[in-house]
Design a protein around this ligand. Structure first.
Ligand code: FDA
Length: 506
C-alpha cells in the first residue's frame, strides 16, 4: 500500500505541474466522492465490488488538455489507463485492471453540436446515445443517427466497437457514419482525421478504440428519417406456432425491405401461468406509415399476421423511447437520464448466423430456455445496407452473407458466486449447443458484446498469435491490419487491457 500511495502522490504532483485547477476533476482514493464517481457508470453489477475496481485516481476531465496531461503522467509512472464513456462494457474493461491504474471517465465531456444544414454533428465521447438523439431531435424532426437501442450507452465505447440499432438495415452501423474524430495518442498529442491518417481513423471506427488512444469526439453524418415511423411488438407463444414464424423470419429477414427492422426476442413467456411457456416477441420499426406497412407485411411476412391495430405511428425520436421500454407519453427528457432504469448482474455472448437454423434446432433452443427461466436470445436482423458495405471498410467485418446476429443474455438480481456460476454455466452450455447452427471458421462474435470467454491477453505480455484466437472472431481478416496499425501508433503497447489489440509480430 505504501508504494501505491507514493505512486499516487507522484502522479498527482505530475498532474499539478500540467493543469492549474484539479480540485473538481481528480478523485483520489481518500476523496469522499471517489466511490460514487467510480460506481455511477458501472452498468454490470457483477463488477461493482470487484477487487480489480480500485483505480489509484479517477479523472473526470472537462477539457482535452487534462486528458493529455493524464496520458503523459500515467506513462511517467507506469500506470495503466482505463477510459470510460458510458460504462456498459460487459466485462467491465473500462474500469477494471489487475495492475495499478487510473480511470479517465469522460462523463463531463458530452457536448453535442448539430449542424442541420450540413446534416452533420460533432459529439463528444462522453455523451450518451440518449443525449445525442435528444439534441438531434431538438434541431430537426427529419434527421436521426443509426446507433444502439439503449439510451445510456456512451458514444466513446459504442462507436469504437461498431454500434447497431433500429436503423442498421437502412444506414449500417454507427461506425459506418463517422466523418472525422479527435483522438489523443500515446504521446499526448491531439489528432484529427488528417493528422492521425487514414489507418488510425480506420482502426478507431469499430476496432476496439481503447487499444489506440482516447477518442475525444466524433464528427458524424446524420441520416434522413421520415416525420412518421411505425412501431409494433407482437408476441407469439410456442402453443401459438411461434417456431414456424421464427423459422420463416430467418429466411426472409436479410432480404426484407430496408425500411423495415424486425428483431426477435426469444425467452420465457408469461410469469403467472401455471405451465411454463415460451415466447418470441417481434419488436419492430418501419420507416413509414401504417398504410404502407400492412400491405408490405401481407406480401412478405403474412405468417406473422400483423394487423393495423398492433401498430403505432410516432416520430423517430419517440421510437428511441419505445424500444428501451419507456411508457407511452414519457417526456423526451428521459433520454437525458444517464442512469439505467434498472441495473442487473449479467453475462452475454454472441454469434452471427449465415444459414437459417432448422426447426429442430429452434426447438432445442426452447428446451434450453426452459432450463434457465431468465435467459433470452435477442436476434438482430442484418442485410440491407449492411450487405453493401465491404468487410474491410471499417474493422467490423460481419457483412454480406450474415442473416442476423444473436445475443445470448442472462440477467439476475442476486449477488454471490454460486448464483453467478449457475447462470454462467447455463449460457456457456447454450453457446455450446448453438455451435452447429452459427458461423464457422471463425465462429464470429460482436466486439461490443464483449466476451472474455473467447480468450484474453496475458498479464504484462500480449502476444499477437495468442490474441488472434479471439481477435479473428471479432474482426476476421481485419485483425491483422488492426495489429499493424497498433504497431505504428503504439508500438510499446501502452494502451492495453485483457482484450486490446496487440502490436503485430510476424
Ligand atoms: P464503456 O465506457 O464501458 O467502454 C467500452 C469500451 O470502450 C472499453 O474498452 C473502454 O475503455 C472503451 N472506451 C470507452 N470510451 C472510449 C474513448 N473515448 N476512447 C477510447 N476507448 C474508449 N450495442 C449495440 O451495438 N447495440 C445496442 O442496442 C446495444 N445495447 C446495449 C444495452 C445495454 C444495457 C448494454 C449494457 C450494452 C449494449 N450494447 C449495445 C453494447 C454496447 O455497444 C457496448 O457495451 C459499448 O462498448 C458501450 O459503450 P460505453 O461507452 O457505454 O462503454
Amino acid at each position: 500500500a505504501t508504494s501505491s500511495n507514493s505512486v499516487q502522490e507522484e502522479f498527482l504532483k505530475c498532474m499539478s505541474t500540467k493543469i492549474s485547477d484539479s480540485s473538481q476533476i481528480i478523485f483520489s482514493q481518500n476523496s469522499s466522492s471517489y466511490s460514487s464517481v467510480l460506481q455511477f457508470s458501472i452498468q454490470n453489477l457483477r463488477w461493482l465490488n470487484s477487487s480489480n475496481a480500485d483505480p489509484l485516481v479517477i479523472i473526470t476531465p472537462l477539457h482535452e488538455s487534462e486528458i493529455q496531461a493524464a496520458v503523459l503522467c500515467s506513462r511517467k509512472y507506469d500506470l495503466q489507463i482505463r477510459v470510460r464513456s458510458g460504462g456498459h462494457d460487459y466485462e467491465g474493461l473500462s474500469y477494471l485492471s489487475k495492475t495499478p491504474f487510473i480511470i479517465i471517465d469522460l462523463i463531463n465531456m458530452r457536448s453535442v453540436e448539430v449542424n442541420v444544414k450540413d446534416e452533420t454533428a460533432w459529439v463528444q465521447s462522453g455523451a450518451t446515445l440518449g443525449e445525442f438523439y435528444y439534441a438531434i431531435a431538438k434541431k430537426s424532426s427529419v434527421l436521426g443517427f443509426p446507433a444502439g437501442i439503449c439510451p445510456t450507452l456512451g458514444l466513446g465505447g459504442h462507436v469504437s466497437g461498431g454500434g447497431f440499432g433500429t436503423l442498421v438495415r437502412k444506414y449500417g452501423l454507427a461506425a459506418d457514419n463517422i466523418l472525422d474524430a479527435y483522438v489523443i495518442d500515446v504521446n499526448g498529442r491531439i489528432l484529427d482525421r488528417k493528422a492521425m491518417g487514414e489507418d488510425l481513423f480506420w482502426a478507431i471506427r469499430g476496432g476496439n478504440g481503447a487499444s489506440f488512444g482516447i477518442i475525444v469526439s466524433w464528427k458524424v453524418k446524420l441520416v434522413r428519417v421520415p416525420e412518421t415511423v411505425t412501431t409494433f411488438t407482437v408476441s407469439r407463444t410456442v402453443e401459438g406456432g411461434v417456431t414456424k414464424v421464427v423459422h420463416r423470419w430467418q429466411n426472409i429477414v436479410s432480404n426484407m425491405d430496408e425500411d423495415l427492422f424486425i428483431r426477435v426476442i426469444m425467452g420465457p413467456g408469461g410469469q403467472n401461468s401455471e405451465r411454463k411457456t415460451l415466447r418470441a416477441s417481434f419488436n419492430s420499426m418501419f420507416l413509414g406509415k401504417i398504410d404502407k406497412l400492412i400491405p408490405l407485411m401481407n406480401r412478405t411476412f403474412p405468417e406473422l399476421g400483423l394487423k393495423a391495430e398492433d401498430c403505432t405511428e410516432m416520430s423517430w425520436i419517440e421510437s428511441t423511447l419505445y424500444f428501451p421500454g419507456f411508457s407511452k407519453g414519457s417526456p423526451l427528457e428521459v433520454l437525458l437520464n444517464r442512469e439505467q432504469v434498472s441495473r442487473n448482474f449479467f453475462k452475454a455472448k454472441s454469434d452471427f448466423v449465415a444459414q437459417p437454423i432448422p426447426v429442430s434446432g429452434l426447438e432445442g433452443i426452447w428446451d434450453k430456455i426452459l432450463e434457465e427461466e431468465i435467459g433470452m436470445l435477442i436476434m438482430e436482423p442484418l442485410g440491407g445496407k449492411m450487405n453493401q458495405i465491404s468487410e474491410s471498410e471499417v474493422p467490423f467485418p460481419h457483412r454480406k452473407g450474415n442473416l442476423y446476429n444473436i445475443q445470448y443474455l442472462v440477467q439476475w438480481q442476486v449477488a454471490g458466486v454460486k448464483e453467478a456460476n449457475r447462470h454462467l454455466n447455463w449460457i456457456r452450455s447454450l453457446y455450446e449447443y448453438m455451435k452447429p447452427f452459427v458461423s464457422k471458421s471463425p465462429r464470429a462474435a460482436y466486439v461490443n458484446y464483449r466476451d472474455i470467454d473467447l480468450g484474453t491477453n496475458k498479464l504484462g505480455k500480449t502476444s499477437y498469435s495468442e490474441a488472434a484466437v479471439w481477435g479473428i472472431k471479432y474482426f476476421k481478416g481485419n485483425f491483422k491490419r488492426l495489429a499493424q496499425v497498433k504497431s505504428k501508433v503504439d508500438p510499446g503497447n501502452f494502451f492495453r487491457n485483457e482484450q486490446s489489440i496487440p502490436p503485430f509480430t510476424s
